[in-house]
Design a protein around this ligand. Structure first.
Ligand code: CP
Ligand code: NVA
Length: 310
């Protein structure tokens, strides 16, 4: 854990399997502490700045509550109210913010914005979602899977839908943790090539497997977890109609989940569109753990905050 102090969390590729497993186990420990009513204030007197260029329910609330529970404070900073919205360079923003704050969480469009602010800042920077990745969500998700299924190594995840930020972070996480992830997307919506190649490389090192297909049935066969996400992510709303057509055969419904293990978990990072990427019966059914995932954002991010900023 000592080697996480002062680090950024921009993408899971930068973390070793041991570091990722440490954060998951630490999240579970912090969850137990919170449930027992134990006070734990390693971030007393520290402040996190949270820059949001996109909407958020879970990320905003869980980071803010997480900082409070750790004895610190969080500032919500919307792009429109910051001078970056009027063209102040990201370099100056990162430098100046480092003089006030102890950490920055940023949700933005291009992944390069996160890399640039991390370069400018002298304090830890945490990626709260970019078009390329969503590492905090993937950490909370792997925590959830471990809580429900035990040790992660060897488990199979089927990711069905868009080859987006969620797909990327789940792929890299699975690769690092020695899991098998099968990603089924329509043609033209495959995950990023560089992320795919890197995750295949890491999977090989860690005894995992990353496979891509255009056939959801093949991906779901024998899966322990079925994961899906919206067809049009934030920033891609104008493609909604075209995507509804392209993804028509990729809804996670009862006929698909039947092919997974009977005790499979259904997962979705939320927000969800019932009747599009997932049927109502599946997302609201007995196998669904969507609210546990959402809750674990709080615990996983507390682990991240305490490890990086403590
Ligand atoms: N899953 C997730 O990141 O949700 P928000 O967009 O509400 O933060
Ligand atoms: N892929 C979705 C995830 C939202 C948490 C998006 O980027 O909009």
């Amino acid at each position: 854990a000592a080697q996480l102090k002062g680090r950024d969390l921009l993408a899971l590729v930068d973390y070793t399997p041991e570091e990722i497993q440490y954060l998951i186990d630490f999240a579970i420990e912090l969850k137990a502490k919170q449930e027992a009513g134990e006070v734990y204030h390693p971030l007393k007197g520290k402040t996190l700045g949270m820059i949001f260029e996109k909407s958020s329910t879970r990320t905003r609330v869980s980071f803010e509550v997480g900082m409070y529970q750790l004895g610190g404070h969080a500032l919500f900073l919307s792009r429109n109210d910051l001078q970056i919205g009027r063209g102040e360079p990201i370099w100056d923003t990162g430098q100046v913010m480092s003089r006030y704050l102890d950490g920055i969480m940023i949700r933005t469009f291009g992944h390069k914005n996160v890399i640039d602010i991390a370069r400018a800042a002298t304090i830890p920077v945490i990626n709260g979602l970019t078009d390329l990745s969503h590492p905090c969500q993937a950490l909370a998700d792997y925590q959830t899977i471990q809580e429900k299924k035990g040790p992660l190594k060897g488990l199979k995840i089927a990711y069905i839908g868009d080859g987006n930020n969620m797909a990327h972070s789940l792929m890299m996480g699975a690769a690092k943790l020695g899991m098998h992830i099968a990603v089924a997307t329509p043609e033209g919506y495959e995950p990023d090539q560089e992320v795919t190649e890197l995750s295949i490389e890491h999977a090989a090192l860690n005894g995992g497997k990353v496979t891509l297909t255009h056939n959801p049935k093949e991906a779901v066969a024998d899966a322990d977890v079925i994961y899906t996400d919206v067809w049009a992510s934030m920033g891609f709303e104008e493609e909604q109609a075209a995507r509804e057509k392209a993804f028509a055969d990729f809804q996670v419904d009862e006929s698909l989940t039947e092919l997974a293990k009977p005790d499979y978990l259904f997962m979705h990072c939320l927000p969800a569109h019932r009747g599009e990427e997932v049927s109502e019966g599946v997302i609201d059914g007995d196998n669904s753990v969507i609210y546990d995932q959402a809750e674990n954002r709080l615990h996983a991010q507390k682990a991240i905050l305490a490890a990086l900023m403590g």
